[in-house]
Design a binder for this molecule. Structure first.
Ligand code: PEP
Ligand code: MG
Length: 588
């Protein structure tokens, strides 16, 4: 790096966020924000030459805008051409131009990135004002900045760019941004927005990418290409680490790797407690490309395949044949272990299935999950037929999300029956006895678990949603993150109630929410009587180790006590105590 001397002189700085995906990453930072795409960033040495490049880009832009203004005025009159006047004023605004020049001198980074960082600052400020007119003006600023960025000449000599090893710092990342990241160069990411249970965080854990969320102001504060360490255990982003900090983290990383290899070596060991209770330990996946991780982890199949990426990522929902091929690929690769395919769970915090004419006032209480599928039976049956077709090639089960009552389950089952009849009429093979399960993720479903159980073959508790709906705290809203407590007495009572109803009806209960992957909570879940745990592939080895270290009888006694404990923090302490007693090295 050209300005290494200067960076070496900078002092170490620690930004604290919330850790959401374990691991340590060591690499320079690459910054992206939202709005318009970030230019590449690289260090410069000649500040004046860079400021001249900026002036040149502004001059070219000025010429283009005046030209455009004249043309539009001739065609549509003066009124329409005013927009360009506003754009021209923006690039002539001395305050903005001065700030960019200062940023070039101060950051010693290319002019494009300095402009981008300054514009982002303005944009963020404008997005936060209550006045809708001002908020709308952000698109004008974006337009002008894009234009100036396009007008830079490119005789630069760049030194670092995102295809090199890096830690990504971003305002926010969508699950699809995360899914498409190039894992080979990405050593971790830190975002201003997000929460432990957002789908981006879940995906980071699944893909084994160290990640931090809630680093407010980071996009504007962090200078691109700064050497950094991301600590996905404690939620720290350390900028300009000292040689001592580097050395310390190298040691931590080596030690964590050693533990990981040790745990992975136990992949063929059964997930059984010291007193002989067998637990089915399976994996959650979002993408077919996670299959090798599932195999590597030694998971017994897939306990939750979220089909949202497959169905909603492209321009349109893929047809039955394409879906059937994907599900069959999974079923074949995992056989004889099962794959539980969850039907489309759109809406709320997930992608919408179709644009809504009006935004929903409360998307989390709106058109989500099974409700959407039941309202779109043709689309739903395509997915059901595709799942059924795959069931002829391995062990496949189907599961419905966000069930609130019995009628939804009955109607969904009727559609499964119709899908079966349609396949049978064409002599297409499928498993007539395919297992059908429901996710228990609404308090209403948990409360009537005794009525739901006779309708289905299994329950899978989606604690991510169950917690948010029980305590009315949005799973992705950092303001209420403190209220979002997995060990809240109401939550564990609902889990217990669900399990009891399942046992009475001879069906099994699993947990596929993020609680299942938190080894501090494994004693509590086992003690409550859970029979299956489905977790991100990278969490499987840790959870297996936890299960094998615990005695079910001891967990059950602790869970009894937890059910009588009024405070969530005390229950967390009870379960963490057992976890620490038997696998201290896994509790970070
Ligand atoms: C859950 O809600 O716990 C769950 C597993 O589903 P998702 O996270 O996809 O909503
Ligand atoms: Mg859910």
């Amino acid at each position: 790096m050209k300005d290494r001397t200067r960076q070496a002189q900078e002092t170490e700085r620690v930004l604290q966020g919330t850790a959401v995906s374990r691991g340590i990453g060591i690499a320079p930072v690459h910054v992206v924000a939202r709005g318009f795409s970030a230019p590449e960033v690289y260090p410069i040495t000649d500040v004046e030459a860079e400021q001249a490049r900026f002036e040149n880009a502004l001059a070219v832009t000025r010429g283009q805008l005046s030209e455009l203004q004249k043309r539009i005025e001739a065609i549509s009159g003066e009124h329409e051409s005013r927009i360009f006047e506003a754009h021209l004023m923006m690039i002539e605004d001395k305050a903005i131009v001065d700030r960019v020049n200062e940023a070039i001198a101060e950051r010693k980074q290319n002019a494009e990135f300095a402009l981008y960082a300054v514009a982002q600052n303005f944009l963020e400020a404008m997005r936060r004002v209550p006045d809708p007119y001002l908020r709308e003006r952000t698109t004008d600023i974006e337009d002008v900045c894009q234009r100036v960025l396009r007008n830079f000449s490119h005789e630069d000599q760049r030194d670092g760019h995102p295809s090199d090893n890096h830690i990504l710092v971003a305002y926010d990342l969508s699950p699809s941004d995360t899914a498409s990241m190039d894992r080979r160069h990405l050593h971790g990411f830190a975002t201003e927005m997000g929460s432990v249970n957002s789908h981006t965080a879940i995906l980071a854990r699944s893909l084994g990418i160290p990640a931090i969320v809630g680093l407010q102001g980071a996009v504007l504060e962090v200078r691109a290409l700064t050497p950094a360490i991301i600590d996905g255990y404690t939620g720290k982003l350390i900028l300009n680490p000292t040689p001592e900090t580097f050395a310390r983290y190298e040691r931590v990383r080596t030690e964590k790797e050693r533990v990981r290899h040790k745990l992975e070596a136990q992949r063929n060991d059964e997930a059984v407690t010291t007193d002989g209770r067998r637990i089915t330990l399976s994996a959650n996946i979002e993408l077919v490309k996670e299959l090798p991780f599932v195999k590597h982890s030694g998971a017994r199949g897939v306990g939750l395949y979220r089909t949202e990426f497959l169905l909603l990522e492209g321009e349109q929902i893929p047809g039955e044949d394409f879906q059937a091929r994907t599900y069959t690929q999974l079923a074949r690769a995992l056989a004889p272990d099962p794959v539980i395919i969850r039907t489309l769970d759109s809406g709320g915090d997930k992608l919408p299935v179709e644009p809504l004419l009006e935004p929903e006032p409360n998307p989390f209480l709106g058109w989500r999950g099974i409700r959407v599928s039941l309202d779109r039976p043709a689309m739903f049956k395509e997915q059901l037929r595709a799942i059924l077709r795959a069931s002829a090639h391995g062990k496949v089960a189907v599961m419905f999300p966000l069930v609130s009552g019995i009628m939804e389950v009955r109607r969904a089952k009727d559609l499964v029956k119709e899908a079966m009849d349609e396949l049978a009429a064409k002599n297409i093979p499928f498993d007539e006895n395919i297992d059908i399960g429901v996710m228990i993720e609404l308090p209403s479903a948990a409360i009537i678990a005794d009525l739901l159980a006779p309708e289905v073959d299994f329950f899978s508790i989606g604690t991510n949603d169950l917690i948010q709906y029980t305590v009315a705290a949005d799973r992705v809203n950092y303001r209420v993150a403190d209220l979002y407590r997995p060990t809240h007495p109401a939550v564990i009572r609902l889990i217990k109630r669900t399990i009891d109803a399942a046992i009475q009806n001879g069906i099994w209960t699993g947990v596929c929410g993020e609680m299942a992957g938190d080894v501090r909570l494994t004693p509590l879940l086992l003690g409550l009587g859970v029979e299956e745990l489905s977790v991100g592939p990278h969490q499987v080895p840790r959870v297996r180790h936890a299960i094998r270290a615990l005695s079910h009888a001891e967990c059950a006694a602790m869970a009894d006590e937890a059910l009588r404990t009024p405070l969530s923090k005390d229950t967390l302490e009870l379960t963490t105590e057992l976890a620490t007693k038997y696998y201290r090295d896994l509790i970070d």
